[in-house]
Design a protein around this ligand. Structure first.
Ligand code: IPE
Ligand code: IPE
Ligand code: MG
Length: 259
């Protein structure tokens, strides 16, 4: 009995290793490996996407509990339209169902929903569910959950360039006065700090057109875990890894340690 009581929960043991004063303010995640997870279980790809929802729930809850301010999840890339229509439709329906079910949980946990990407090109049912979720959670202030949907970093950057070009044409700004901050204000992520930590699951080591501008100085954490298997402990491990790195921002190690 006594040993049972004294046994440490491995997830809690990891949580205790995290220095809460040095948390990344913003974590971005490329949720990958749903298809391979389904295959491993002898099921159709869509089964993997459905199981990915529990990983989303756990990760969101864990990030909010820790005090992370922003969590961005890559849910659907512009390139994902190239998948079989059946899978695309299943993903869009899953989004509508999940948003419908989870808004209450977001409100209970005081989490605000936002979205980035070319949202107007989403199917109308998905778009409406998303807008409803954003509207119903807009006053929450514990954490912001950002869904990247029909997202392409190159599209976002071109869009920002177009907006600035329009401002120049309308003589609202001189080209020589354009600063980094003007560009940042035209990105979908305007007002959101850049992610300090990027996580990608399923063993793939690439960005797949995700947040190319915003990840300029992020720490990258790659894990072989497939997204549907991702749990609180996996997020904690990523944060521990992040906290053990030395972020130099171009300086020398000596400059950092003597500061
Ligand atoms: C990630 O899992 C989910 C989306 C891209 C929507 P995948 O569906 O890419 O899974 P794999 O990479 O085929 O295993
Ligand atoms: C990236 O995953 C997009 C999302 C996670 C939504 P993919 O599985 O689509 O990426 P690639 O095609 O393998 O690079
Ligand atoms: Mg994939």
């Amino acid at each position: 009995m006594l040993t049972g009581i004294l046994q440490v929960d491995p997830t809690e043991a990891l949580r205790e290793k995290i220095d809460s004063s040095r948390l990344p303010r913003h974590i971005a995640i490329i949720m990958d490996g749903n298809g391979r997870w389904a295959k491993k279980h002898g099921k159709a790809r869509v089964f993997g996407h459905r199981h990915g929802v529990s990983a989303v729930r756990e990760t969101t809850e864990a990030a909010a509990e820790l005090g992370v301010e922003y969590l961005t999840l890559y849910a659907f890339s512009t390139e994902n339209w190239n998948r079989p229509a059946f899978e695309v439709n299943a993903l869009m329906t899953l989004l509508v169902d999940t948003l419908g079910k989870e808004i209450q949980t977001l409100n209970k946990n005081n989490i605000r929903l936002k979205a980035i990407g070319n949202l107007s090109k989403l199917p109308s049912r998905t778009y409406s569910a998303l807008m409803k979720g954003i509207e119903q959670t807009k006053n929450n202030d514990r954490m912001t959950l950002v869904l990247a949907l029909n997202y392409s970093a190159k599209w976002e950057i071109v869009n920002a360039a177009k907006n600035l070009a329009t401002q120049v044409a309308e003589e609202k700004i001189n080209p020589e006065d354009i600063q980094e901050s003007h560009f940042v204000n035209e990105l979908n992520t305007a007002g959101i700090p850049d992610p300090e930590l990027l996580v990608r699951t399923s063993g793939e080591n690439r960005l797949s057109n995700f947040l190319l501008w915003q990840l300029a100085y992020a720490e990258f954490y790659f894990t072989d875990t497939l997204w549907p298997d991702f749990r609180k402990a996996n997020l904690f491990q990523a944060i521990i890894d992040f906290q053990n790195r030395e972020r130099r921002f171009g300086k020398t190690s000596e400059q950092i340690t003597s500061a």
